[in-house]
Design a binder for this molecule. Structure first.
Ligand SMILES: Nc1ncnc2c1ncn2[C@@H]1O[C@H](COP(=O)(O)OP(=O)(O)OP(=O)(O)O)[C@@H](O)[C@H]1O
Ligand SMILES: [Mg+2]
Length: 230
């Protein structure tokens, strides 16, 4: 089996403050991982680490090490928890076009992909608007539409359900469950993520605990209490 991400004894800290200590894991192609942990346990830190936004102070994370023999994937798409910080362009259309042009898509196919992606998330009426005129839930959907248009190999989502209304949460669950790529999803919305994640990574006390079946943690009240998830 080929691993898409391998972390070996990695430690991450902000200054002197250790957040994750001696973390090791392997993620296979197409696995859908729920990243769980109480507030401040290090979920967003691990997501930043996967995106090479913070250095590891020991150990290493490698990507498709065995297969491609280079260290960082170009087909990873991450939606961070604050959409404002990652919206770059001044129209909804150009926000989606940016990534598609970088992928080398032909101009004639770009319009069709953008229309399909925006329609999927109910954002087509905003195609020529500024992204900054969107509500926070709509901004999140804009980034999801961008991910949808790019069809990434690895999709990383940090709190994808925050700011979404109940109907949008259901729709997003359905969309994520249909996506056939490797996924890492940090969320406190257990009922939604259990519908599409197979495995759970739990961060607690700076350590990572791996549950090969997500139900082994979510259906076990004493584990939930032990890791302060309930
Ligand atoms: N830039 C930073 N500088 C210093 N400390 C930080 C920084 N970012 C996060 N931390 C600290 O690292 C710890 C982990 O934060 P992180 O944001 O990764 O948690 P989280 O699990 O994503 O929490 P939440 O569920 O609230 O999103 C927290 O104690 C936080 O205060
Ligand atoms: Mg977080």
């Amino acid at each position: 089996m080929s691993f898409i991400i391998v972390a070996e004894n990695t430690t991450y800290r902000y200054g002197a403050k250790i957040v994750l200590e001696n973390i090791s894991f392997q993620i296979s192609e197409k696995e859908k991982i729920a990243l769980l942990g109480k507030n401040g346990s290090g979920k967003s830190t691990l997501i930043k680490a996967i995106n090479r936004l913070i250095p590891s102070y020991s150990g290493r994370i490698s990507f498709r090490f065995e297969k491609l023999r280079h260290d960082y994937p170009t087909d990873i798409y991450t939606i961070f928890s604050h959409p404002d910080e990652q919206i770059l362009m001044n129209t909804v259309y150009s926000e989606l076009a940016l990534g598609l042009l970088q992928q080398g898509r032909k101009e004639e196919e770009i319009d069709a992909i953008i229309e399909k992606s925006l329609s999927y998330f109910g954002l087509l009426p905003y195609i020529h608007e500024s992204p900054y005129c969107l509500s926070s839930g709509e901004k999140k959907k804009l980034l999801l539409a961008t991910a949808f248009s790019l069809n990434p190999g690895i999709l990383v989502l940090d709190e994808p359900f925050s700011n979404l209304d109940a109907k949008s949460k259901k729709e997003l669950s359905l969309y994520i469950s249909k996506l056939d790529c490797t996924q890492i999803i940090a969320s406190h919305e257990y009922e939604y993520i259990r519908s599409f994640c197979t495995k759970a990574f739990v961060l607690y006390n700076h350590r990572l605990f791996i549950f090969d079946r997500i139900q082994d943690i979510l259906d076990n009240p004493s584990f939930l209490a032990e890791y302060e998830l309930s």
